[in-house]
Design a protein. Structure first.
Length: 472
């Protein structure tokens, strides 16, 4: 038993290799090229390894890229094609830009402003946390960075100020409630903008392969009504089913005033950062009007920040998360693209369509969407889930008659919302859970309840809103 514990990562890596070999040795289905079947074996083995966290994701995807070349599944040029993908560059550029919010202190200033405005009660503080996240989400694609660099430090300060700390077993005073509100809210805000979570541009890329164009403006328009409703209802719901012991918090407002006074007036760099943020949101929202792609707009914004020295080249080099995601996301996108090119992703959809023939598309899509959502219990990463299942489930949904844009957007929104289920399901989850203000049992229970509420809101009211704006 001790041997297994000591070598668990290597054993999981071995299992992923065996899975890949087993698929590769299986008979190749009719209509699939041998190269496509080998690519599927490499892809599935990689996803299994990612789920098991056998090695860092960047290392695993590099191994996968190597495997595609040495097995003659892809040429070297084809294997490296993902690194020239504009969507991948958009993610990396947005990561660089988001660093400006942290370094200038603009993100923290926004949080304290909301705290000063809404901080008289614990419920108000919850809304303040969500409002901060909502404001920052369009320009910070790393929800982990938003949670870790802006929201969590302020949550930590409030915990100390109200003597609500896990080591003293006083988390239920306010910290438990605020932790859940902040965490649940981060999953919702990530679903509301194309640039709010690193996996969203990957979704856009996959959807485009299926003939569905998801622009920044369309994504935001479709998400605004269900997203705002979720942000309004979740703090109230959690206040009811997981109430804080302290409900009045005048000290929080005083704390915010003191912190803002300490920060002083907005600096020139903060004003520049704010101006670039407004410019970017305008260019992204008006992509079809200005004829400037989202990636080109991000290049413009980053160039301004470099010219004005809000950011330096050294700052960009130190943004390790951006370079890390640039590598593994490029490779995952490349794998997904060639699985589509080889026709592999059509296999599952054809099989399911044959088995659900005659079923009403709404019923069939509901089953598909819920299966996609709750499969996240088996994933420790939104990106791994998206890379493994978004494409086949999208093709399935379209094949059973779901309007393509509705299928693509619903699964896209769910690709963010399902992160709220567990304490390991998305990048920000370990940050909030690591404070130990909420135990695992409560975390899973609250995650499931909030997920049901989100599903009802986004599929219920959301579908009505999408009908109003003419999406189906």
């Amino acid at each position: 038993m001790s041997f297994v514990k000591k070598n668990i990562k290597w054993l999981m890596l071995l299992i992923s290799v065996l899975v890949a070999v087993a698929i590769n040795l299986a008979p190749v289905p009719a209509g699939i090229k041998p190269e496509g079947w080998r690519l599927l074996a490499i892809f599935v083995g990689t996803i299994v390894a990612i789920i098991s966290q056998a090695l860092p994701m960047g290392a695993l995807t590099l191994i996968a890229l190597t495997a595609t070349v040495i097995t003659h599944t892809l040429t070297l040029k084809e294997a490296l094609s993902g690194f020239s993908n504009p969507i991948i560059w958009l993610v990396a550029l947005a990561f660089f830009i988001s660093r400006g919010f942290i370094l200038t202190g603009l993100g923290s200033r926004a949080a304290y402003l909301f705290m000063r405005l809404l901080g008289k009660s614990t419920l108000g503080l919850g809304y303040g946390m969500m409002a901060t996240d909502l404001v920052l989400a369009p320009a910070i694609p790393s929800v982990t960075a938003r949670a870790g660099a802006v929201i969590y430090p302020i949550l930590n300060g409030l915990s100390r100020a109200f003597h609500s700390e896990s080591q003293h077993h006083t988390s239920r005073r306010i910290s438990s409630y605020l932790t859940q509100v902040s965490f649940q809210g981060s999953c919702v805000t990530s679903a509301m903008f194309l640039t709010a979570m690193a996996g969203n541009p990957l979704i856009r890329q996959i959807a485009a392969k299926a003939g569905v164009e998801l622009t920044w403006g369309l994504w935001a328009l479709a998400a605004i009504v269900p997203g705002l409703l979720s942000l309004l209802l979740l703090p109230l719901l959690l206040h009811k089913i997981y109430p804080p012991q302290v409900t009045r918090t005048p000290e929080a407002k005083a704390m915010a005033v003191a912190e803002l006074k300490k920060m002083g007036k907005m600096s020139g760099k903060e004003w520049t950062m704010l101006s670039v943020f407004i410019l970017l949101v305008g260019l992204w929202a008006g992509e079809s009007i200005f004829k400037i792609s989202a990636t080109a707009a991000a290049l413009i914004g980053l160039s301004i920040l470099l010219i004005t020295k809000v950011l330096t080249w050294k700052d960009l080099l130190e943004e390790k998360g951006a370079w890390d995601i640039f590598v593994w996301l490029s490779i995952l996108v490349m794998l997904a693209n060639y699985l589509y090119e080889f026709g592999v992703t059509n296999l599952l959809s054809e099989w399911v369509v044959a088995n659900v023939a005659g079923m009403n598309w709404m019923v069939a899509f509901l089953i598909i969407a819920l299966a996609y959502y709750f499969a996240h219990y088996f994933f420790a990463s939104n990106m791994a889930h998206i890379g493994a299942l978004y494409s086949p489930f999208l093709l399935l949904a379209i094949a059973v008659g779901t309007p393509p844009i509705v299928a693509a957007l619903t699964l896209a929104f769910f690709s963010n919302l399902f992160g709220s289920l567990t304490h390991y399901g998305c990048g920000q989850a370990p940050i909030f859970f690591g404070a130990h203000h909420v135990d695992i049992r409560e975390w899973w229970k609250l995650g499931f309840v909030c997920s049901v509420v989100n599903i009802v809101i986004w599929l219920g009211l959301g579908s009505v809103w999408w009908k109003v704006i003419g999406l189906w």
